[in-house]
Design a protein around this ligand. Structure first.
Ligand SMILES: Nc1ncnc2c1ncn2[C@@H]1O[C@H](COP(=O)(O)OP(=O)(O)OP(=O)(O)O)[C@@H](O)[C@H]1O
Length: 602
């Protein structure tokens, strides 16, 4: 459970966003206050009406005048309420949108480690539900809370002016209400927080099951998924009931006590009238005023609940906004000139944030020469993906350094580094956009030639046969494409970026053997002068490389050509043998490779 901060400290954080709309909010508040004052004036007109016009001998004209004044006041009240809405609705939606955009912007900035930790539903609920709620609170709840408080204060002052004895009875009723409101605030805040967090978790579950619908269906786990969802939904329902119960209890108190005060006041009021201490007109006006302030008091439970929910929404928003991006550009970044593309790891050590004491990579020392293609091989879970993600700084090394042409990658501007380093992952993400936009996502030159070349290298010619060719929209995360097609678009994207250094995480794993061969043939040409680090899960990918680095227990155990490593490294032989589904005669393969090499040198 997150730490609770004081209400005003949380709400004051909205100030930078709200500042530009303060004049309009104040105008809205003014309208609401005037509406309230008008409502409180009506009883005073009534008082005059009862005390004068309705007295024996009162004129009919005075009755008509009073009725006319009440009518005008009623119309004015309705007009002011409409004007309040007019003033606040538009600016409140502007604040909502700006906060949403800044949250989205910040999410883009935050590190991959942050996104590893946070469920997507939690972020979704902050971006949508919380901010939607904040808008409604700014446009209505906050203003009405101020107006209600002022109406009650002005009403009580007016009541004291009419009869201090009766007013005291009402004031006495206010004491338990205030005590209860504190108790309500503490309890409701906790439940509101729980409910908003649970709604976020529920959104994560929906997102995950929609995303993984194929797996759920294929494994026949839809029922279990439903049961799990049902459990979570039930928990949220219980929390909502608890919330409603707290609100109902408080509303009962704020409804019942004024009613009791009204009953007691009526008895005392009649006695005061009988003794001549109070005029009938004042008694009528007193109760009309009490009626005017009764509804805001009854309303206060809902307004307080809205305020506490809004406070929780602000807290949740700033939990994300306060998380700092740790992967940033230096104050004075190095401007790379023409880069050769020498990639060097020097004693690079890396541990994930959630397991800082268990480094996945330890003292990595590796030199990839300019234009060289280096394959990275190791058993599953040995840290290959982690290692290549360090190059574009998706994660930062815990100690040691990575450099390109001798410049520490942390000395480049992050955007610049990501232009220098192109990436393609095994698990491809394509955006709901055209093939063209997906491929040219990071391309420095957005030309037809670049697009065509990238699609050709990645053997993604199928894109031209899609209904609208390369302008065809591909669905969410490329769902309408096959796995191999998606991989080829992602590979084309990496190639179109024309990076100096290319890091590829097993980018051909979903391709059939024939297509893989074609891609490899074309890739060889492209990779000829691009420094490439490529995670290899297949011997055919290893064959693309000039040299191979073997990762074992988080360390680089050996570096050499495929032939060298086959000849001298047992673990390498074991890893290569395990990459193939078919049993492999490595000794025969080694002899053949050595014969080939001999022939070349002869
Ligand atoms: N976000 C994370 N937080 C903590 N540990 C992680 C995270 N991502 C991966 N790991 C762990 O780090 C280790 C290395 O993972 P990595 O994905 O780099 O291995 P890999 O060699 O690429 O494996 P594979 O060949 O199966 O793709 C694994 O033990 C994995 O469980």
């Amino acid at each position: 459970m997150a730490k609770q901060t004081p209400f005003f400290r949380s709400i004051s954080r909205l100030y930078p966003h709200v500042r530009p709309i303060i004049p309009r909010l104040l105008l809205g508040l003014l309208c609401a206050l005037l509406a309230s004052v008008v409502a409180l004036t009506i009883p005073q007109v009534l008082r005059v009406l009862v005390n004068t016009a309705l007295q024996p001998g009162g004129s009919a004209e005075a009755v008509w005048t009073s009725a006319g004044v009440i009518l005008v006041l009623g119309v004015a009240e309705a007009g002011l309420v409409a004007l309040r809405r007019q003033f606040v609705i538009n600016p409140a939606t502007t604040v909502e949108t700006r906060m949403r955009v800044s949250l989205y912007d910040h999410l883009q900035e935050l590190t991959v480690s942050f996104h590893d930790r946070w469920g997507s539903g939690q972020l979704l609920s902050r971006a949508m539900t919380d901010l939607n709620f904040l808008r409604r609170w700014m446009a209505f709840g906050a203003i009405m809370l101020v107006v209600t408080t002022l109406t009650v204060v002005i009403g009580i002052v007016a009541m004291f002016a009419m009869s201090w004895q009766l007013a005291l009875i009402f004031l006495a009723a206010a004491v338990p209400i205030i005590i209860n409101s504190f108790r309500f605030r503490t309890r409701f805040s906790k439940v509101a927080r729980r409910s908003q967090d649970q709604a976020g978790d529920l959104a994560t579950t929906v997102e995950e099951s929609v995303h993984g619908i194929r797996v759920l269906k294929a494994f026949g786990r839809s029922r279990e998924a439903l049961e799990n969802f049902n459990e979570q939904a039930e928990e949220l329902r219980q929390t909502e009931i608890e919330k409603a119960r707290h609100q109902a209890t408080f509303t009962l108190v704020v409804t019942l006590l004024p009613e009791l005060a009204l009953g007691a006041g009526l008895v005392v009021g009649v006695m005061l009238c009988a003794s001549g201490e109070l005029s009938i007109g004042s008694l009528v006006a007193f109760f009309a005023t009490a009626a005017v302030i009764a509804s805001p008091v009854e309303f206060s439970g809902m307004l307080l609940a809205m305020a506490l929910t809004a406070k929780t929404a602000v807290d949740r928003h700033y939990e994300v906004m306060d998380t700092r991006n740790t992967i940033t550009s230096p104050a004075e970044p190095r401007r790379p000139g023409e880069l050769a593309g020498a990639l060097q790891f020097t004693n690079a050590t890396f541990a994930f944030e959630d397991a800082p004491d268990k480094p996945i990579l330890k003292d990595i020392n590796l030199d990839v020469r300019p234009g060289e293609t280096m394959a990275l091989v190791g058993i599953t879970g040995s840290g290959k993906s982690a290692l290549i993600q360090l190059v574009p700084r998706l994660y930062d090394v815990t100690s040691g350094a990575i450099s390109i042409d001798g410049v520490d990658i942390r000395d480049f501007e992050v955007e610049e580094l990501r232009r220098i380093v192109g990436v393609a992952f095994e698990d491809t993400t394509l955006f709901s956009n055209s093939v063209r936009d997906n491929v040219l996502l990071g391309a420095p030159v957005r030309s037809e030639e670049v697009l065509d070349e990238a699609l050709d290298v990645a053997q993604a010619h199928f894109a031209y046969s899609l209904p609208q060719g390369v302008d065809t929209l591909i669905g969410e995360e490329g769902l309408s494409l096959s796995g191999g097609q998606r991989q080829r678009i992602a590979l084309a994207r990496a190639i179109a970026a024309r990076p100096r250094v290319l890091v590829l995480d097993d980018p051909l794993s979903a391709l059939d053997v024939h297509t893989e061969e074609l891609v490899e043939a074309r890739l060889r040409e492209v990779l000829a002068d691009t420094t490439t680090l490529i995670v290899a899960h297949r011997p055919s990918t290893v064959a693309l490389a000039d040299r191979v680095a073997l990762l074992e227990n988080g360390r680089i155990a050996a570096v050499g050509t495929h032939t060298e490593l086959l000849g001298r490294n047992q673990h390498y032989r074991y890893v290569i043998a395990s990459l193939d589904r078919e049993p492999r005669d490595l000794d025969t393969e080694l002899s053949a490779l050595e014969d080939q090499a001999e022939e070349v040198t002869r």
